[in-house]
Design a protein around this ligand. Sequence first.
Ligand SMILES: C[S@@+](CC[C@H](N)C(=O)[O-])C[C@H]1O[C@@H](n2cnc3c(N)ncnc32)[C@H](O)[C@@H]1O
Length: 274
Amino acid sequence: MTRPDDGGYDRLYKEFDSPLSKKMRAAAYARDIGQHSWVSAEELEAVIPQLGLNAASLVLDLGCGPGGPLTFLAGETGCRGNGVDLSAPAIAAARERAIALGLQTQLNFQQGDLHERLPFSAGTFDAALSLDVILHVRDRETLFGEIARVLKPRGRFFFTDAGVLTGTVTAEERRLRASTAPLQFVAPGFNERALESAAFRVIACRDSTENVLAVAKGRLSARALCGDEFKAGEGETEFCKQELYLKTVAALSERRALSRISYLVETDRNEMTA
Ligand SMILES: C[S@@+](CC[C@H](N)C(=O)[O-])C[C@H]1O[C@@H](n2cnc3c(N)ncnc32)[C@H](O)[C@@H]1O
């Protein structure tokens, strides 16, 4: 597999279970479920009935990171699942997490690149999710098509896009927002058109930008409280870079220049057309 730029995720995931990372998550999230995104436990709880998850479901998490959301859903519902992520340290951390929670027989985590064909047969999964990952994908039309392929007829897909351009963003803000990982912003309506061309029907859309603001502010306050510890761990240059990144994220969210939109969609394919 060609290894594209991991965008700095590997470094973070190698330290994911360190005391400092845990301190950061405790400040960023009301409930630390092992996520590394703008997602909250409450948002995932609401997704369970929307995706119809239960002990019989098989779920695919695209860009699963260290497995927090998928282990959370498996623990809550008894569902089985597969997680795919580009980062090898993320997959290692996800497997450890599944073992620690006694979920290793329900869940399988594997390294994979979402720019390539998904390594699953057509019609495998009951549901899919992808949390704050799509903005890293260069060709989302192709990925949506792949997700539709591996879902069963009428299979549901929940994803969040934290890069929907809903106001003015300066060139410098754009650079800082993308300083930790390569990403793409899209205009409102772009995802809807790409979903339609992949034969997905939009069931619900919700503005969830408040999650981004809350998490960015939480991470900033943890860094303000434990600045010396972060500087010792990251080095002065990385510390300043992260600060600027988080301040930019918070400012863009606060004035709604960049929005996070949560989408619940369903494949248009039914049993007859599958
Ligand atoms: C913001 S994190 C979200 C992680 C996880 N979904 C969560 O909520 O905790 C984005 C994730 O996307 C993954 N990613 C980025 N580009 C990818 C690609 N081309 N293929 C697979 N995963 C990718 C990163 O490694 C990272 O774990």
